[in-house]
Unconditional design. Structure first.
Length: 221
């Protein structure tokens, strides 16, 4: 098991493949770097692929704090530096995209390209905040299993959720969801729903990056 110490937390990561360039993958809320497994399989013959788990999710340490998007972007920068990934292609899905945008704005020298998947520069819509706070509170008290049936349709699209041929895949991802640490998840959810918007991108930074919106390989797209 590969772990690196970042901001007083043990962060789990994996490396696959080899190449002259490195792709760093940042996962969405409630999941882990494992969500990129299919994409890594496609790319590892041409690129060095690095996945990692954010604080309190997957196999990374559950810490007292450090879950806000600004801190996570600092952590991502340190991971890129410690693993000698820079300048890397950074791929961020949802929460990973929130982090990727902040990373590109503040540490552009670490990024060669930025791929944003199902993410936004906006703060969390106000109408979502009470609902997500309530689900996080229930999960903290009773465990993630009790909210899994509510969360799955938020995370995955109708075609995936209703396809009888993908029942095994749905159950696999559901088990991944409920296996998360409930304290870590509550803190991670709070970090996402309290984030500020990101609109202070300098023009030079915009010119530097290729911003791509991609849905391939993801069952919830």
């Amino acid at each position: 098991m590969l772990k690196v110490k970042i901001n007083n937390a043990e962060i789990y990561y994996e490396e696959h493949g080899a190449g002259a360039e490195t792709i760093v993958f940042a996962h969405g809320l409630l999941w882990s770097g494992e969500m990129f497994a299919a994409l890594v399989q496609e790319l590892k013959d041409r690129y060095r692929c690095v996945t990692f788990d954010f604080h309190g999710q997957g196999k990374s340490e559950v810490t007292q704090d450090g879950y806000d998007m600004d801190t996570l972007s600092v952590d991502a920068a340190e991971l890129i530096e410690k693993l000698n990934c820079a300048p890397c292609h950074f791929v961020g899905l949802s929460m990973g995209g929130f982090v990727g945008m902040r990373l590109a704005i503040r540490r552009p020298e670490l990024i060669k390209s930025l791929t944003l998947i199902e993410t936004s520069a906006d703060p969390e819509p106000k109408e979502n905040v009470p609902k997500y706070k309530r689900m996080a509170f229930i999960a903290r008290l009773f465990g993630l299993n009790i909210v899994a049936n509510k969360v799955m349709p938020i995370m995955f699209g109708n075609s995936f959720m209703n396809d009888p041929l993908r029942a095994n895949q749905r159950e696999r991802w559901r088990q991944k969801l409920v296996s998360n640490n409930k304290v870590g998840i509550m803190r991670a959810v709070n970090g996402v729903i309290t984030r500020q918007g990101v609109y202070e991108v300098p023009a030079a930074t915009v010119r530097k990056f290729t911003i791509a919106y991609c849905t391939q390989y993801y069952p919830h797209s």
